[in-house]
Design a protein around this ligand. Structure first.
Ligand SMILES: *Cc1c(COP(=O)(O)O)cnc(C)c1O
Length: 387
């Protein structure tokens, strides 16, 4: 048999293998698992969005290859949503590109900008795709640690000059997965100033921009890069409209970056099924009541989880955004050790923080994608835990 390419060999081993094994073992013992490890909303896609997909599926014109960059109607819907939501004007012709989920765009962007040996600045803990796609493109990830004492924001001043010379892109992600942290206007301005000075393209992953609580509204980086000088922003319909399975998102921002990402994509994929694009147009342009309702559901769950964790002596701050709770493991445990104990003794599954990078060691992540009744059941079980 042929040997796989070294670029595939270089992909770090799957970190959750041990936890998956523990889950399997527990299931075999007949334990009813309550799984908080899945970053995928359990709430169905709103009905009006499904209906527009159903109508579009019946139209043969949607059965053919879609346009690579996304239908102009979809790109206009994105621009309309941006203007209403962030008061940022986008040219749908050259500042918007459709993505087959934002993961696809994030994974391809380094291929458009990174030469072998170039550096990408990557947050850790973080969404694993930033680092892996950099490695696949032959680039060198430079880790920007996100530490609690810095509110999970990178400290740009600590990045060495020699790294900055080779850095082409920087990934940031706020509201943040896995920490639940959010970023201020001042932070975005600082990042833009810093990256401009060093000729770096900023790639902002805004997958959770709409999952916010207690009156907090997240920013678009384009609010502060008004001329779209050197930033690109990734958005997803997955989390906002509970559409993870539909595979649609978009990138917006600097026209060159959108062009280069699009050019690469035309040689790899053939766009998003038009019926899905019509559903996404309905999602972005229709009533946003479904988003408000979903936020209410997650906010209630957040409160129950935070109260529950506090009651067993695990102190956590209430995040203002995302559907994740990022908590410190009790003293004396590693991330994996604690998560294994949880499964074995209570059937509750959380994600070990080190799965998001070494800087996540000492933490675990709870996803609020479990209904309130089951959350309460999980908390009851946690009360019996001897820490
Ligand atoms: C879920 C997620 C994405 C990807 O979402 P898609 O379904 O591919 O649109 C991107 N970034 C982060 C941080 C996520 O959690």
């Amino acid at each position: 048999m042929a040997k796989p390419a070294t670029r595939v060999d270089k992909i770090p081993p799957y970190l959750f293998a041990r936890i998956d094994k523990k889950k399997d073992e527990a299931r075999k013992r007949g334990i009813d698992l309550i799984d908080f490890s899945i970053g995928d909303p359990d709430i169905p896609t709103p009905k009006h969005i499904i209906k527009s997909m159903r109508d579009a599926v019946n139209d043969p014109k949607n059965h053919r290859y879609p346009s690579y960059e996304g239908m102009i109607e979809y790109r206009k819907a994105v621009a309309g949503w941006y203007l209403r939501r962030f008061n940022v004007k986008l040219n749908p012709e050259n500042e918007v590109v459709a993505l087959i989920g934002s993961k696809e765009g994030i994974a391809h962007l380094p291929w458009a900008y990174i030469e072998p040996g170039d550096v990408a600045l990557i947050p850790s803990p973080g969404y694993p795709v930033y680092k892996i796609s950099t490695l696949l493109a032959g680039g060198k990830p430079y880790i920007m640690p996100l530490l609690e004492k810095n509110k999970f924001l990178p400290v740009l001043e600590t990045i060495p000059e020699s790294i900055l010379k080779k850095a082409k892109i920087m990934f940031i992600n706020y509201p943040n997965n896995p920490t639940g942290a959010h970023a201020s206007e001042a932070f975005y301005k600082k990042v833009l100033h810093f990256t401009k000075k060093h000729g770096i393209l900023v790639c902002h992953d805004a997958a959770y921009s709409e999952i916010t609580y207690d009156g907090y509204n997240a920013h678009s980086i384009l609010e502060f890069d008004k001329d779209k000088n050197h930033s690109i922003e990734f958005h997803s319909l997955s989390k906002t409209y509970c559409m993870t399975g539909w595979r649609i998102g978009f990138a917006v921002g600097n026209a060159d970056a959108i062009y280069n990402l699009g050019k690469l994509k035309t040689n790899i994929d053939s766009g998003v099924f038009q019926a899905v694009q019509y559903a996404a147009i309905e999602a972005l342009s229709g009533s946003q009541d479904c988003v408000a309702e979903m936020k209410k559901t997650f906010q209630n769950r957040r409160d129950v989880v935070v109260e529950g964790l506090t009651s067993i002596g695990i102190r956590v701050d209430k995040p203002l955004a995302t559907f994740y709770i990022w908590a410190k493991v009790p003293k004396g445990y590693t991330s994996e050790g604690f998560c294994e104990k949880l499964i074995e003794e209570t059937g509750v599954v959380a994600t070990p923080g080190n799965g998001f990078g070494d800087e996540g060691e000492g933490y675990f992540r709870i996803s609020l994608t479990v209904n309130e009744k089951r959350i309460k059941e999980a908390i009851n079980r946690l009360q019996s835990l001897k820490l």
